[in-house]
Design a protein around this ligand. Sequence first.
Ligand code: SAM
Ligand code: SF4
Length: 324
Amino acid sequence: MLKDTFGRVHDYLRISLTDNCNLRCTYCMPEEDYEFTPVSRLMQADEIETISKIFVENGVNKIRLTGGEPLVRKDAANIIERLAKLPVKLTMTTNGTRVHDFIDLFEDCNIKSLNISLDTLDRDKFILLTRRDQYQQVKSNIDLLLDRNFHVKVNVVVMRGVNDHELIDFVAWTKNQPIHVRFIEFMPFTGNKWENDKVVPWMEMLQTISEEMPIIPLERIKHETVKKYTAEGHLGTFAVISTMSSPFCGDCNRMRLTADGKMKNCLFSGEEIDLLNPLRQGQDILPIIVRNILDKKEELGGQFSTDLVEADKIHNRSMITIGG
Ligand code: SAM
Ligand code: SF4
């Protein structure tokens, strides 16, 4: 069991398959000409499987694949097939653009729930935000997943003056569709032009929504990072992820592995520890993993508190290189 000094058991691993992506979301990828990590420096499929097995033998029961965009990796299908054989709940966060090519594989591999990122319901705004014209593809892939009975969560990063006027439209989408929208507070990462003013705190989001329609709070499941609600008479749900204004570090169970094989014990941790090279040199990496968990800070990687965020002083990778 992987337990930190605050007694938190870590049983959830998020693995980034690549820092490559076919979109260019402005809040995630710092600049258009960002250079992707060469394939030789990424964990290879068999290495991902070996490292995952070590985590699973030590209590991990859920693995989420992420990125960059996990489905642009050429051997994504091979990796998914390998990990599907482990005794874990396997899931993924994807931008949704390539889901149609993988949906049969997801079914074969018993992947039942997916998080799809979509920050706007307006095609022109989508192009502005992602610098690519893929809105229709993402939207039709969400419909495809719903038709095939997947549990679909839609991740929306809410930014003031950018898409905060769309909160009601997103909730309205849950009226007749079993969609689970998650409004995420905008977070600071290296190079993403984060400003305090652009964060819409979760209480403000709730107020905006509840002024338009009655909302009902739903029960929180342990380890969940969301505060969940449903609008009265709606089939789906919506939730807020309040990383910035009200963090949920108290029962955190998450660990991250970057595509180049570095372990991060927190999304905001300044330090990361290499697992890939020691593995390639034939070392036992379990003691490194255990040490990294013991070093985990109590809250927000020990880098900032919610009342004072100085984005330029935060030492971290950009989101695309961590894996959200
Ligand atoms: N490409 C996939 C996708 O977009 O879903 C997976 C990787 S992406 C980095 C994972 C999640 O991180 C997405 O839901 C994205 O919206 C979120 N994200 C990226 N940058 C963020 C930021 N600055 N603040 C909050 N969420 C962010
Ligand atoms: Fe790509 Fe996802 Fe980052 Fe957008 S949020 S640039 S889709 S990795």
